[in-house]
Write a protein that binds this ligand. Sequence first.
Ligand code: SF4
Ligand code: SF4
Length: 276
Amino acid sequence: MIISVVSGKGGAGKTTLAASIAYVFGAEFYDLDVDAPNAEYFLQPEFADELPIVQPVPVFDENLCDACGICTKACRFHALYKILKNVYLSEPLCHGCGLCEMVCPQKAISYQDSAVGVVRSGFSQRTKNLVHVGDLNIGSTRGTYLISEMVKQIDPGKLSVIDGPPGNSCAAVAAIKPADLVVLVVEPTPFGFHDMKQTEQILIQMEKNYLVIANKSMDENDVDKFFQNRAKKSSLTISLDDRYHKANLQGEILSQQFSEIHSGLHTAISQEFVIQ
Ligand code: SF4
Ligand code: SF4
C-alpha cells in the first residue's frame, strides 16, 4: 500500500506532513522530491547504500549512418534532429525508449548509459523503517526518469509513504501514479487554493483516491468557506502555530512531538485506508 503526499504549491508543508505520516504508521519512506530532497532532515536515516541510476541514450556510428532521417521522424519525444549529414541527440528530451535503434535500417545506433542521479538508502530510528532518497544530478532534467526508477523499487505489499515533488509536472504525476491513496496538502491562501485545484484535476483524471489536508491555516473560517461548495472537504486542518514552526526548524517530526497532529493524521488517513 502506497501513500503519496503531494501539493500544488511548494512550501505548503508537504515534506513535514509526509514525514509525520511515515512516523504515525512506521512506514518505509521514499523521498521523490528529487530536485531538492530534504525529508532526511526530519527522518535522520543512517545511510548505508548508494545506488547509481543511469539511463540508456543512443549513440550514432557515423560510418554506418547514411542520414536517412528515419530515426529523427520516429522519435516521438523530438530528441533527435538532423543537420546536413549528421544526426544529433538532445539528451534531456530522450526517454531511452529504444525506438530509434529498432527503426534504423543501417544498424548505426547503439546505447550508452548516461548518469541521472543516485538513490541513497538507510534505516531511520525515528520511523523504525527504511528511507530512500533520490538525488537528481545537478543540471539533469531527468527527474521523472529517476522517480520512475525509484517507484519500481517499491514493494506494494508494504506500507510506504512517498514525498512527491511539488507542482503539477510530469515528475509529480510519476510520484502520484503508484499511489493507493494521495494526500493533497494545501496551504490555505489564494495561491495555495489555486494550485491545489490543478493538482486535484490530475487526481480526478487519474481516478485516485485522495484526501486534502489544509496546513498552516490562519483562519479556519477561510478553509471552511473554500471547501463549502466543493465535493471534497478538508479532512484535517492544521493551524499556523509557532510551536510547529519551531519544531520544524529543529528537525522534529510534528506527529512525534504533538499528539493532536498524530491523532489527526491517524484518523484522517485511517478513514480512507485500512492500514494492515
Ligand atoms: S531512445 Fe527513444 S526517446 Fe531517445 S532518441 Fe531514441 S527514439 Fe527518441
Ligand atoms: S535511422 Fe540510422 S541511418 Fe537513418 S539517420 Fe538515423 S542513425 Fe542514420
